[in-house]
Design a protein around this ligand. Sequence first.
Ligand code: PRP
Length: 180
Amino acid sequence: MKDDIKEILFNAEEIDAKVTEIANKLNDCYKGQEVVMVGVLKGCLPFYIDLARKVNFPVRFDFICASSYGSGTESSGNLKISKDLSAPIENKNVLIIEDILDSGNTLSKLYDNFSKRNPKSLRMCCFLDKPSRRVSEINVDFIGFSIPDEFVVGYGLDYAERFRELPYIGILKPEIYQNN
Ligand code: PRP
């Protein structure tokens, strides 16, 4: 599988150090308050579990399976929820956990959707950011790494459902996705 990777962008040690840095910022922000961590399936999973084990405030786990679709303009991007939260978030501190911020459509629609459920606080945390791809204006509270516009896989990120299990984040060789 490593033959399919052009370059390792972040190895396991670099990922671990960045997750610790984010966890420390979250600890400062929440100061012992309970937080519902909402993971956006499926790409969030490795980041979600690593982060949850490093924070020092009480956490409730919940997950949503959602994606945006449409032409990508602000007015036309719709949110499709195939699995919703398992409990109401009214009056809860909610932290949305994502693996990657690309156009921003998914997170901005999710933010709007969750805002209407009257949480006590609502913040977003995303491990990777591709700012050059942004379509929807969005202000994410906690970001790990900003990356160039490359096809990245590993640490939850997939190409056609492959490579999610890699412990590092790598750039996929173009021939892998160009030949399919
Ligand atoms: C990816 C990622 C985000 C979204 C980001 O999910 O996990 O949810 O795309 O893109 P955007 O900023 O352009 O909306 P994907 O739909 O590929 O599902 P997955 O998490 O199961 O891989």
